[in-house]
Design a protein around this ligand. Sequence first.
Ligand SMILES: C[S@@+](CC[C@H](N)C(=O)[O-])C[C@H]1O[C@@H](n2cnc3c(N)ncnc32)[C@H](O)[C@@H]1O
Length: 203
Amino acid sequence: MPRPGLPDPYRKRARAEGYVARAAYKLKEIDERYRLFKEGQRVLDLGCSPGSWLQYIASRIGPTGLLVGVDLTPPVIEMAPPLYFVPGEVESLDLETVTAISPDFDVVLSDLSPKTTGTQEVDQQRSLALALAAWEWAKKLLKPGGHFLVKVFEGPDSPVLAALLKKAFSRCRRVKPAGSRPASPEIYFLGLNYRAMPLKGKR
Ligand SMILES: C[S@@+](CC[C@H](N)C(=O)[O-])C[C@H]1O[C@@H](n2cnc3c(N)ncnc32)[C@H](O)[C@@H]1O
């Protein structure tokens, strides 16, 4: 993390490499470690704007893949098939709006962030609520064997989410990528290999 007043190397690199946000490097690092993406996959990106994760994922899944981004505000990058943008709030958006584009996904991601208030407990609760909303989407749309990556502001209740994921995936990891500012409360939970259907009704 640069000292105040010094340029952020991730920001500088993002500008040089054409990413619309430095966040791309967090996903890149996680992907390089856990191999989340393959050519031709279908990916759902919740909280996708301004769009640096979309840019990175598109480069990994290629033209035979399909990528759907959901956000309150539109991405600043060009969205043309196989990239689709669905405007809306993850808590209230109709499932059919997304399933009309793809009935299921190989990978579901959430980089959703609440508007911060400065009160740690409130921000943690809001972030956890968004992460749990993302988990509801993943339960409905993730293919067996698929992966789920979700951001949460770590707090006393975040183990609740970790416990849910432990039951539903073969492997779970808590990840703090180097591109995530050390001072930021954000961490990512990663679920690898979504277990097959029988557990579905019980989750
Ligand atoms: C940190 S940004 C995501 C950055 C993105 N991964 C990228 O690489 O460009 C978080 C996003 O979550 C979105 N967001 C926050 N609450 C939301 C909600 N309830 N429904 C949909 N999107 C939401 C915000 O609008 C914001 O664009």
